[in-house]
Ligand binder design. Structure first.
Ligand SMILES: Nc1ncnc2c1ncn2[C@@H]1O[C@H](COP(=O)(O)OP(=O)(O)O)[C@@H](O)[C@H]1O
Ligand SMILES: O=C(O)C1=C[C@@H](OP(=O)(O)O)[C@@H](O)[C@H](O)C1
Ligand SMILES: [Mg+2]
Length: 216
């Protein structure tokens, strides 16, 4: 029987199965300058900081903002409120930052998953950082600081499962995709800046008026 459950299909998808298909609607929002998404350890926080420096812009990291607002770190928030409690804070804080932050914004790996957050992100300059599994295994350090991995008997397997389930959403939201695995964070940031410039050249004009025939 043909599969009918899209989440089941997403869970089976591998990155190679899921081509990028960015939102059809034009980029409607000028700020933040860029929103970095991608799997855990792709370098969103490190590259976001380097990109902000390169562009002379301010930097915000959604996880750090959540921690500052809640007065507790990410593992403590998961322990006290459960994943759903953390996701609620994450959605609310993301909505605020999308309205108020003008520089570079890095998200946590699960932040683009809530439907309301996806709706908000569609009008923005969303950049997907991708890494392969070998890079992830070098960077994960057993999942320390990342409760979804730290609780697992096989953090890399859990990383892969989450990455595979989330990649369709990442690719459907991102306006460009950049390899986060090669070179320093500054080098990756330069590739992101180049991808953003290319996007600016090719993107449909913002809310362009349709040409109308003149009637005397
Ligand atoms: N381009 C890079 N080269 C080497 N190490 C990196 C690079 N990007 C990130 N890292 C390291 O990988 C780990 C995860 O990076 P981080 O920026 O926290 O990723 P994310 O925010 O996507 O989870 C950190 O230890 C960071 O120093
Ligand atoms: O992928 C996820 O669900 C999470 C990713 C983390 O951020 P990074 O992607 O920056 O590690 C952090 O938000 C939290 O541990 C949950
Ligand atoms: Mg991060």
């Amino acid at each position: 029987m043909a599969p009918t459950d899209p989440s089941a299909a997403a869970a089976r998808a591998t990155p190679a199965d899921v081509p990028p298909h960015p939102p059809a609607e034009p980029l409607l929002r000028d700020a933040p300058l860029a929103v970095l998404i991608g799997p855990m350890a792709a370098g969103k926080s490190s590259v976001g900081r380097a990109l902000a420096k390169l562009l002379g812009a301010s930097f915000a990291d959604l996880d750090l903002e959540i921690v500052a607002r809640a007065g507790a770190d990410i593992p403590a928030l998961f322990a006290e409120r459960g994943e759903e409690g953390f996701r609620a804070l994450e959605e609310e804080t993301l909505a605020d930052l999308l309205e108020t932050h003008s520089g570079v914004l890095s998200l946590g790996g699960g932040a683009p998953l809530r439907p309301a957050s996806r709706d908000r992100l569609r009008a923005h300059r969303v950049v997907l950082l991708e890494i392969d599994e070998r890079t992830a295994s070098r960077r994960l350090r057993g999942g320390a600081g990342r409760p979804l991995l730290a609780a697992s008997s096989d953090p890399l397997e859990t990383w892969r499962t989450l990455r595979d389930a989330r990649i369709p959403h990442y690719r459907a939201l991102s306006r460009c995709q950049v390899d986060g695995g090669a070179g320093s964070p500054a080098a990756v940031a330069r590739r992101v800046a180049a991808a953003l410039s290319a996007l600016e050249r090719t993107a449909a004009p913002h809310a362009a008026e349709p040409e109308t025939e003149e009637h005397p």
